[in-house]
Design a protein around this ligand. Structure first.
Ligand code: ASP
Length: 444
């Protein structure tokens, strides 16, 4: 099989369109299971509606589609921990001057937090102007049981693994990053022994990258099944009632992606934003379909190194870190949702409270993994801080999946933008690779 010939983007786009049509059609056939007493939809442990048993529900939506989408997403996720560790060890060990790690780290952190603060400020200002919480029709709120959130202190303590095995098994990304950095530095200072081990890591890195390509081949099937499942299951019946909220979140997400990022990119690097967008399209599509920046790491990393031209030294650090702590799209949803819930509840928040929201959401994004619906968990904490009722989140869960998909694509766009900025500033961006014509993404 000639992998070069496979035009992945085209197949994924076709799969998305087909998945949408099939999903919406199935959505007309399947029914939601309801509680015989209250008449309300029954929900699973993730607050998602359960389908009434039928052939289409049991064998297609929860059968075949479940298999195809899970097989794809699980395979992608399985690669994340080994890929991040091996790639970051190689990247760290390649730093000629270990002190550079500090500069790259500080720059990356500053830019990640800075862009998140811009994102949430934009969202709050837009929501205060448009007032999405005024004049909302009747919405069937799902019961929402707020999840436990960690204290900020614990988030920072948790960066340090106390057990390497559990860091790997649990996929604790910040701990894995910390361990890889330490291991990479140790390799550099271990002389010949270090060199021998590093060579094994370099070979492993190549092999894992090939595995990423193999898993990407599953994408058209996985994406089709996942999108069809989301559209068949979610129903999105509340979109109309919450249209103002929904459209506003999407609008701010788009503005952030097509105005803020390109401006920063142009300003700091002089790179052409159009080329940038063309080259990360595949990663955006993966993020959209999986709703997980974490599961998308292998694809984002590949785009950053092989298509945007960022060096492994920089990208192997900035991409996994970004997928874990940089969630501008999520912050945007939280900004709009906070104002929306305040307006619905008839509560006027003070300027200090809005500043609290900006600070809290920016810091909270550090501690939450890039997995589906993580943003809602963080929202619980943000609302709690300014005294808004977290159970009101039940109102927006019904339409959150679609927003989650869009904001995840924005999240990884932010990671790629900052990767380019940091790489360029460190002289670690190969302009020749960046400028290479981006014919349709082929899996090679
Ligand atoms: N799904 C998002 C991500 O993985 C997080 C969220 O907003 O829920 O980046």
């Amino acid at each position: 099989m000639d992998l070069q010939k496979i035009k992945l983007t085209r197949y994924i786009l076709i799969a998305m369109a087909a998945g949408t049509v099939v999903g919406l059609t199935l959505g007309q056939i399947v029914e939601f299971a309801t509680d015989p007493v209250t008449g309300k939809n029954l929900l699973d442990s993730k607050n998602r509606p359960i389908l009434e048993s039928s052939f289409a529900a049991d064998y297609i939506v929860n059968g075949l589609f479940q298999f195809l989408s899970e097989a794809f997403i699980r395979s992608l996720k399985a690669l994340v921990v080994p890929l991040v560790f091996v790639s970051l060890v190689c990247g760290t060990a390649a730093m000629d001057d270990v002190r550079k790690l500090g500069t790259v780290g500080l720059k990356t952190l500053g830019l990640y937090l800075g862009t998140t603060a811009i994102a949430i400020t934009l969202a709050i200002v837009a929501a205060l102007a448009i007032r999405p919480g005024i004049g909302v029709g009747t919405v069937d709120a799902r019961e929402y049981i707020p999840a436990e959130t960690k204290s900020l202190l614990q988030v920072f303590i948790d960066i340090f693994p106390d057990n390497l095995a559990s860091a790997f098994v649990g996929g604790h990304m910040l701990q894995i990053i910390a361990a890889a950095l330490a291991f990479g530095v140790a390799l550099v200072v271990s002389g010949e022994h270090g060199k021998r081990v590093l060579n094994v890591f370099k070979d492993l890195n190549e092999v894992i990258m090939k595995l990423v390509i193999l898993v990407m081949l599953m994408a058209p099937f996985g994406v089709f099944a996942k999108i069809a499942q989301v559209f068949a299951k979610e129903g999105f019946d509340t979109i109309f009632a919450l249209a103002k909220y929904f459209i506003l979140v999407i609008a701010v997400l788009i503005v952030h992606a097509v105005v803020v990022y390109p401006t920063l990119l142009k300003l700091f690097t002089g790179l052409n934003p159009r080329v940038f967008f063309r080259k990360i399209r595949n990663a955006q599509l993966f993020a959209f379909s999986t709703a997980s920046s974490n599961a998308t790491i292998p694809v984002t990393l590949r785009a950053a190194e092989d298509r945007l031209g960022a060096s492994n030294k920089v990208a192997s650090f900035t991409v996994p870190l970004g997928a874990t702590i940089n969630m501008d799209g999520t912050a945007i949803m939280q900004g709009v949702a906070t104002v929306f819930i305040a307006q619905l509840s008839g509560i006027d928040l003070s300027v200090t409270q809005y500043l609290t929201v900006i600070l809290a959401a920016t810091m909270a994004s550090v501690g939450t993994a890039g997995v589906p619906s993580a943003g809602l968990v963080m929202l619980t904490m943000v609302l709690g801080l300014v005294g808004l009722p977290p159970d009101k989140i039940g109102l927006i869960i019904g339409i959150d999946r679609l927003l989650d998909m869009v904001r995840t694509a924005v999240n990884i766009t932010g990671d790629a933008t900052i990767t380019c900025i940091v790489a360029k500033s460190e002289g670690q961006l190969d302009k020749e690779i960046f400028d290479r014509p981006a014919e349709e993404e082929s899996v090679s």
